[in-house]
Write a protein that binds this ligand. Structure first.
Ligand code: ADP
Ligand code: MG
Length: 462
């Protein structure tokens, strides 16, 4: 396949700008020889995800053009162990890299003369110690943002600056932003890192203006920093003076090759009243979004948080929480904390009953219950399919795809068991519903159209 991969490459080279081509396409290696599969390997997990998200269609298109029989394209990545054996220079290093932001050599741990402990340095940088990569539960809804954050930590300032993390409230943006800073401090004590919310940026700025001491503010943020982590930049909306100062901070750090990571509850193009120059800078690097977690991920998060609290809860209680608190992980965590607190001053064992009692208030607000039938009908209207067909046996894609979307939404929204859902979908086996759920879950991260449909429908149903 590698000869024809070269043909594909040549065709793509004419279509995309040279830096993009060198960075994302030349670094792919064909690894399979089968005639119906083109297996490409990226240099790491992050690259693989990025290529899959952004260029899979382009690659497939050109593969289709040059091959007579259908060829399916897969993108994977080398395992880290295999990477160690690669003796050719690392492709990333061949990038027209902007000046490395840090003195000290590459991956060597730098000895620091600082007497501060890690905890002190974390606090001094404004970071919260408990938000680490280790404590962050990965799932399909956040894997891209997680991989991008890891890349920002592994090669700060070299791959993407800025990295722009966006997603709705309570889905882990602040957690990831802190994790990047903590991981950097753990591996290199000399890094000058600053975490602050956008609001704190403004307040500090105002304070320095009042004190007639803007020089100190600018020195601290425009020059003496390797990594700037700014939380909630949507706050800049409509604040012209702060935007202007931020603009200069951004430019100065960017020129020095510092790593900038920003978070926001919406995409740059959705932030109202934002200077166009800032907006375009937010879009310079990489934008990675976090979506609401699936049922499986929510359950894993409940277990993780319980573990952090040293709080052992039975499986059915964990499932109960994950099913009933869906919109926002902060609330999910709040529910767990409440149960933990309650259990601390009562003698009752943690049971499903106790959970129901304690969380009654929570649940009333959460589950303005939507029935499976309502979901099915909404999906039918959206895709222009008849309800009888959706529940029926036909396997035509224009019915089976909406059906799987309805299954996915039904599981996510109602939390009903798979056998129960099987009944609601014309007496199907529970494994069929599970398969449909899994299929849509993975399509959401690969296919924009499916994702948009699911998001639209979820919005209509909420
Ligand atoms: P955001 O900044 O997006 O509003 P946060 O980062 O403050 O959200 O997350 C809210 C809470 O949910 C935090 O306590 C965080 O630790 C937790 N959380 C979110 N996503 C995850 C995850 N994938 N794994 C573990 N905890 C998470
Ligand atoms: Mg936040």
């Amino acid at each position: 396949m590698s000869a024809s991969w070269n043909n594909v490459l040549n065709a793509i080279e004419e279509k995309v700008p040279a830096p993009t081509f060198n960075r994302w396409f030349k670094t792919l290696t064909p690894v399979s020889s089968a005639s119906d599969v083109l297996k490409l390997e990226a240099q790491d997990e992050f690259d693989a995800l990025f290529v899959e998200r952004n260029f899979a269609q382009l690659i497939q298109l050109h593969v289709n053009r040059i091959s007579t029989a259908p060829v399916s394209v897969t993108i994977s990545y080398r395992s880290p162990a295999a990477n160690a054996n690669v003796t050719t220079p690392e492709p990333i290093a061949a990038e027209p890299a902007s000046e490395p932001a840090f003195s000290g050599s590459g991956d060597m741990p730098v000895q620091t003369e600082s007497h501060q402990s890690l905890e002190e340095r974390i606090a001094k940088a404004g970071l919260r110690a408990r938000y680490t990569f280790e404590n962050f539960v990965a799932g399909p809804s956040n894997e891209f943002a997680l991989a991008a954050s890891r890349a920002a930590f592994q090669k700060p300032g070299q791959i993407y600056s800025p990295l722009f993390l966006c997603g709705e409230v309570g889905l882990g943006k602040t957690h990831l932003l802190n994790a990047i800073g903590i991981a950097l401090l753990e591996t290199n004590a000399d890094k000058r890192i600053r975490y602050m919310t956008c609001e704190a940026f403004m307040n500090e700025m105002v304070q320095h203006i009042q004190d007639r001491n803007m020089a100190a503010f600018r020195q601290g943020l425009r020059h003496d920093l390797d990594v700037l982590l700014i939380d909630d930049v949507q706050f800049l909306s409509g604040k012209d003076g702060t935007q202007q100062e931020f603009f200069h901070t951004f430019n100065s750090l960017h020129q020095m090759g510092a790593q900038i990571v920003l978070t926001s509850d919406r995409y740059p193009h959705q932030i109202p009243d934002l200077d166009e120059r800032l907006r375009s800078r937010f879009q310079w690097g990489l934008i990675a979004d976090i979506r609401p977690p699936s049922a499986d991920t929510r359950l894993a998060i409940v277990r993780q948080k319980a573990h952090e609290l040293d709080f052992s809860i039975p499986e059915d209680v964990a499932e109960f929480l994950a099913t009933n608190v869906q919109t926002n992980i902060r609330e999910l965590e709040g529910a767990l904390l409440r149960l933990h607190a309650y259990q601390g001053f009562s003698d009752r064992p943690v049971t499903l009953e106790l959970a129901r009692d304690v969380l009654r208030q929570f649940l009333r607000a959460e589950s303005r219950s939507v029935s499976v039938e309502k979901i099915q009908k909404t999906v039918c209207t959206y895709f222009n399919v008849r309800l009888a067909d959706l529940r029926g046996k036909t396997r035509k894609r224009d019915v089976s795809h909406p059906r799987q979307i309805a299954m996915y939404l039904a599981k996510e929204i109602t939390g009903e068991s798979y056998p129960q859902l099987g009944k609601a979908f014309g007496g199907r086996d529970h494994t069929t519903v599970l398969a449909g759920y899994r299929r849509i879950e993975s399509m959401i991260s690969e296919d924009m159209t499916t994702r948009a449909a699911v998001e639209n429908l979820a919005r209509q149903l909420s």
